[in-house]
Ligand binder design. Structure first.
Ligand code: SF4
Length: 487
């Protein structure tokens, strides 16, 4: 397996395939007498969302338009960007693929493509080859930069094309046209892959070994985003703290460089591994006003024995030490986490250690998961898999604990006036808007008519405002807008 940086030749091949596809879809559009559309269905994490922004950008560059209908199959190119972290995503993909058989029968020009982490699991690829011959193209996440070339070849050859590479590629973002989904927030991957091999996780197999993007390239991209008016950047990587750029550049250097752009109201990052988080990063979070005061640090378990079995190289006391350091240095900061319940071999005592750790860390929010064996991982073959009724029971007890602390965290905001970055209309609709504090608390708020503010979502998205918080809920707070900044 090798790490391969894309070259000028790759770019030339890419551009030539884009041109050919433009011609192909243009004549198909004339033949069909309508504009052609695409639908990219994204599962999983923000890295997949970032990949989908690139895939959408490429599809748009072929002359296709994003499908506006909510129907899964209402498009001429349907692309699944899959995730293999959770079992549900597998079921969802295979549950939906059957639908396309009739679609392909009725319209042989429709293209169905699948990429993403699931395609690095050989059983999944074999299943597609055997049971879903009408899928046109299968490729893996390392080959995003080859999508136009592979799509062109599958159209030319008129047969299913499966292209899974053993190599780990790195293509800078400038390689791609990117269709960013939010006009105020830009996702900026700084590194790809992971070297940690947690025993339950498929990512190092699916996304390959760690590859860091060039520091200069990242700064160039940040500068472009700042000049285009983006207000928030999310620096992404499976393990951002192990970023290794040219001349010894570290993640702390990237965080500082990003926060130097005063155009950004918020600089966020995801994800951090407890073994790599440096004091320097915590200091930057504490002292730079536009760097978020929110740390997401996956604990996974409170038992040293389970952490060892998970291949997570820290003890729970070390984890709590980091949590303490963050709480002490970053005043009012919020700490969130991921916890897996029911890992193979987890005893009642181990589980109680997790509850104790939650009590000590008092997480502002926790994403809790019931362990599910992922094919291809070490833990899937561990003995002592925990019966599902035990996992469900422990999961219920854990969420009671974590919900208590997240409600307390939200409750501490009541009566305060907080600065909020507006994200748009809230999910509740009903002329309620939503946004986030710099501590990543979700705020839903109304705008009193007497303030006479233009409430068009396009006008408000990405603006900073002050909101008085009136009520806490388990996962969010409610409030009323006091003023819009910069008015
Ligand atoms: S750090 Fe562990 S859980 Fe996170 S991506 Fe890497 S292997 Fe998976």
């Amino acid at each position: 397996m090798a790490i391969i940086k894309t070259t000028e030749n790759d770019k030339l091949e890419f551009d030539s395939a884009v041109n050919e596809l433009k011609e192909y879809f243009s004549s198909l559009s004339v033949r069909k007498g309508r504009t052609l559309t695409y639908n990219v269905l994204t599962y999983g994490c923000q890295l997949n969302e970032s990949d989908s922004e690139k895939l959408s950008g490429m599809l748009a560059s072929f002359g296709l338009e994003a499908s506006s209908g909510g129907e899964l199959d209402a498009a001429d190119v349907i692309l699944f960007n899959t995730c293999s972290i959770r079992e549900n995503a597998d079921r969802h993909l295979f549950g939906n693929l059957g639908v396309f058989k009739t679609l392909k029968k009725n319209d042989r020009d429709v293209i169905i493509a699948i990429c993403g982490c699931m395609m690095k699991v050989p059983e999944n690829v074999e299943k597609i080859k055997k049971s879903y011959p009408y899928v046109d193209l299968v490729f893996d996440p390392q080959q995003l930069h080859r999508f136009p070339v592979l799509l062109r070849d599958s159209i030319r050859n008129k047969k299913q094309m499966v292209n899974i590479s053993a190599d780990d590629y790195i293509a800078e973002d400038s390689f791609f046209p990117i269709d960013r989904k939010r006009k105020f927030r830009a996702l900026v991957p700084i590194m790809y892959g992971c070297n940690n091999f947690c025993s339950y996780c498929i990512v190092p197999y699916a996304r390959g070994r760690e590859r860091s993007r060039s520091f200069d390239e990242i700064v160039r991209e940040l500068s472009e985003l700042a000049s285009k008016g983006y207000k928030e950047v999310m620096l992404l990587g499976q393990n951002v703290n192990s970023y290794k750029g040219e001349d010894g550049k570290t993640f702390a250097d990237i965080l500082r460089a990003a926060s130097d752009f005063k155009e950004f109201s918020r600089v966020r990052f995801m994800s951090s591994h407890p073994k790599d988080l440096s004091d320097e990063v915590i200091d930057i979070m504490a002292t730079r006003p536009n760097v978020e005061k929110h740390l997401h640090l996956a604990m996974q378990s409170g038992s040293d024995k389970v952490l060892k079995d998970m291949n997570r190289p820290y003890t729970i006391s070390r984890f709590l030490e980091i949590a303490d350091k963050f709480r002490t240095k970053v005043e009012g900061g919020s700490l969130t986490t991921d916890i897996i319940v029911g890992f193979p071999g987890e005893t009642e005592e181990d589980f109680e250690e997790t509850l104790k750790a939650v009590e000590k860390a008092k997480f502002d929010a926790a994403f809790t998961f019931q362990y599910s064996a992922r094919p291809g991982t070490k833990a899937a073959a561990f003995p002592d898999q925990i019966p599902s009724d035990v996992v469900t029971e422990r999961f219920g007890r854990l969420t009671e604990y974590t919900n208590r602390y997240s409600e307390e965290s939200n409750g501490r905001l009541v009566g305060k006036t907080m600065e909020v970055l507006i994200e748009g209309i809230s999910k509740a609709g009903d002329m309620t808007f939503s946004g986030r504090t710099i501590t990543n608390h979700l705020v839903n708020f109304t705008i009193p008519q007497e303030l006479g503010i233009n409430i068009g979502p396009d006008y408000l998205e990405g603006r900073l405002c002050e909101v008085r918080i009136d009520r806490a809920r388990p996962y969010s707070v409610d409030g009323v807008l006091v003023s819009l900044k910069g008015e």
